[in-house]
Design a binder for this molecule. Structure first.
Ligand code: HSE
Length: 409
């Protein structure tokens, strides 16, 4: 019998309990032993729940019980999750988690303790919800030098963008719906401002490039500046707008990583990833492009990844590891190069001459029923620093108002 404690009985925690209970028989066959939930830790009152006898508010009860060999930490956030995880690992208990904030920030330290203790620290559910990505990247792509990772890594924002585009619903309406469906973080700012996707690209980069890449060093933008007008212009060029996390290994060993909305051509496989689905495109030097696709958020998809880790931990899987954090390993964002989409309003008649004077030749784009005074264009490739300067010059020229600037993949 393998005894498990679940820390946190929110969306994911209750899903883990449900999956372990519902699929107990098949899980037993896969693990080679019965997996039993011995405790559930939550500070809230669940005395009316059918499984009320499992609840405790005291983490020490779990820590001091030698029968508990695996802890599923699904509380989220850094505190108290970090303290609980560290204590459990130091006590020789394997820990599995969906906590991307903790893995992205403290992964190296916690993996090191697990390695020293000969136990597991596994986090398949921390990226891509139910999509198998950590394990395949680590194991199946092990023969490759990974060169590039580009992904739709946040289900909530992808759901919002899809509904806004297809059903023309307002941002707030769709966000409420995403919260109801259990996709959004406790504080949905982490989703819409790109912070959640930043943690996930930090984890994938750490794993792919074998060094802890700090989320604090990754330039991050969310979707709050995206309007339906931008979506329509993108459509007019057979493209869509998606929030992407992107990380590229440079030849000097540094990483260029960022999270931001991008305009991507409809022919790109990521363009058709809609609703709560996530997709991660990985480029390896031997395999070329591989795409991982599936439900990126939600109770049961995420719980299924946590339970898979419980089964792996029960079998002693402990091969995942990466190197120490180096705050110099992320290249200065100002040097990244992209083509850009620029939408302006209140454009005057001499707009074209001004734009060409600043950006060189550009490609103007038009959309159906475009009001007069809108001048929207695609630029050639500029570094972030050059583009910032160009946009400042355009704003200062007084011939228009700059509405939005979006990178083109
Ligand atoms: N809030 C996250 C998302 C949950 O929407 O993707 C899964 O990590």
């Amino acid at each position: 019998m393998i005894n498990v404690a679940i820390l946190g009985y929110g969306t994911v925690g209750s899903g883990v309990y449900e999956v372990l209970t519902k699929n107990a028989e098949s899980i037993k066959k896969k693990a080679g032993d019965e997996i039993r939930v011995k405790y559930i830790l939550d500070i809230r009152d669940f005395s009316d729940a059918p499984n009320a006898h499992l609840f405790t508010k005291d983490f020490n009860v779990i820590l001091n019980d030698p029968e508990v060999s695996i802890v599923a930490e699904v509380i989220g956030g850094i505190r108290p999750s970090y303290d609980f995880t560290k204590a459990a690992l130091l006590a020789g208990k394997s820990v599995v988690t969906s906590n991307k904030e903790l893995v992205a920030n403290k992964g190296y330290e916690l993996l090191k303790i697990a390695k020293e203790k000969g136990i597991s620290y596994l986090f398949e559910a921390s990226v891509g919800g139910g999509i198998p990505i950590i394990r395949p990247m680590h194991q199946c792509l092990a023969a490759n030098e990974i060169e590039e990772i580009t992904g739709i890594l946040n289900g909530t924002t992808n759901y919002i963008l899809t509904k806004m585009i297809n059903e023309r619903l307002s941002f707030d309406e769709v966000l409420k719906d995403a919260q109801k469906k259990g996709y959004a973080e406790a504080n949905p700012d982490a989703d819409v401002l790109g912070i959640d996707a930043c943690r996930k690209i930090a984890i994938l980069s750490s794993l792919a490039f074998s060094m802890q890449v700090s989320p604090d060093k990754i330039h991050t933008e969310g979707i709050t500046g995206i309007s339906l007008t931008d979506v329509e212009y993108a459509k007019a060029t057979s493209s869509v707008i998606k929030l992407l996390g992107r990380s590229v290994l440079n030849s000097d060993g540094t990483v260029s990583a960022m999270v931001a909305p991008f305009i991507i051509a409809s022919s790109n496989p990521l363009a058709n990833v809609d609703d709560v689905f996530n997709a991660i495109l990985v480029k390896g030097d031997s395999i070329g492009d591989v795409m991982f696709y599936g439900r990126g958020a939600g109770k049961l998809p995420t719980a299924s990844a946590v339970v898979a880790d419980i089964i792996d931990a029960s079998k002693g899987r402990r091969d995942i590891f990466w190197g120490e954090v180096d705050y110099e390993n992320v290249r200065d964002f100002n040097t990244y190069e992209h083509e850009f989409y620029v939408r302006t309003t209140d454009a005057s008649v001499d707009m074209k001459a001004t734009v060409y004077g600043i950006f060189g030749s550009v490609k103007r784009i038009v959309r159906e029923d475009m009001p007069s005074g809108e001048y929207t264009f695609l630029t050639k490739s500029f570094t972030e620093a050059q583009m910032k300067e160009n946009v400042e010059k355009l704003a200062a020229a007084g011939c228009c108002k700059v509405g939005s600037v979006i990178r083109v993949l």
